[in-house]
Design a protein around this ligand. Sequence first.
Ligand code: APR
Ligand code: PHB
Length: 394
Amino acid sequence: MATTRTQVAIIGGGPAGLLLSHILHRAGIESIVLERQSRSYVLERIRAGVLEAGTIALLRAVGLGDRMDREGHPHDGAAIAWEGRPRFFIDTMKYTGKQMMAYGQTAITEDLYAARDAAGGTIIDQAANVQPHDVISDRPFVTYEKEGLSHRIDCDYVAGCDGFHGVSRASIPATVLKTYEKSYPFGWLGIMSPTPPYPDLCYCYSSRGFALASMRNPMLSRYYIQCDLDAEVEDWPDERFWEEFKSRCPEDMAEKIVTGPSIEKSIAPLRSFVAEPMRYGRLFLAGDAAHIVPPTGAKGLNLAVSDVFYLSRGLIEFYRNGKTLYLDCYSDMALRRVWASARISWWLTMLLHRFPNETPFEQQMRFNQFDYLQASAHAQASLAEQYVGLPFEA
Ligand code: APR
Ligand code: PHB
């Protein structure tokens, strides 16, 4: 078996793994990224695209802000349009002084690959049977197969950045890992359309179900509608999608929606999931490997970024001065932010969707929650603070 050595073996070449590798490189720390899929597959995945203020600041601080600042669409919050009620704006600028940015995860992944390539970083794609070993010893290693050959990477630490279906979390014994899960009784049907987007990011609540208008760039819009769990993309030709979307937003908004052919259409179920702890010996989980949030509020990518911020800080501290203070508190610190985002994305999901079999009482609670938000500057400030993203802990 061919054996190599690195300082940090990173399993998974999504945003979490690539960003970690990039930040470590800037601090003079070596890593190897092992990705199961091909690069083109990773680059074609379409995911949410709203960046919190802390994510924007971190990407700029690590030299990844140029294209984002050129092509991203900064905004001061998002609108909530509620059937039969006045529109409400989550004003992050007014309440926090901070902006957000519409910039797709696909573009961030491209930027990360470009940065790793420019720095001569090692990203091994199509790595099969990746497996971490001996992570509770001082000499962990990772094995994998590529083109029929077996390989071994000796390392100091393993970063499990391999998403929800990865091998890292699965390698932690069930006696150690505690998981929390909630699934929701609907999905989101999303389309990408090469049309000018609706100018505001707008979340719509309607008696027909939730809808969301979002954007990627001046000629690329992203729209979603709540759908049944058994819905199939084939049941939703473009005309049906647009008609349904427009029926769920206020008339003045519907009139301004520029429709056109979709270039991508997909359905995703909604789920909340958290695994604790995010560390097992020398294995650290980051991003979707440890948690999933429903897309309402677009917290998934932002959480991956904050995990990587905390984890890179711990690894840099270790390699600079041999201390493990930040690595030792990584799991607790990361999880505080994970739970905060899990809660706000759950809360927004509960607020903005139609739930099958809901009682009239539950509906009234939802309407009143909206009316309270609409009327209370305190409630608005609280939502704005969470929507723009809580600060990273010192
Ligand atoms: N071996 C190697 N790589 C793996 C393995 C494995 N066994 N299993 C999964 N992977 C890879 C996947 O192919 C994927 O490219 O790990 C990567 C994980 O990337 P993401 O799923 O994008 O997760 P993460 O980097 O944590 O980014 C979080 O993704 O799902 C969204 O909303 C989420 O935006 C957030 C972001
Ligand atoms: C998106 O643009 O894909 C998006 C925006 C806001 C969300 C979720 C997804 O809450």
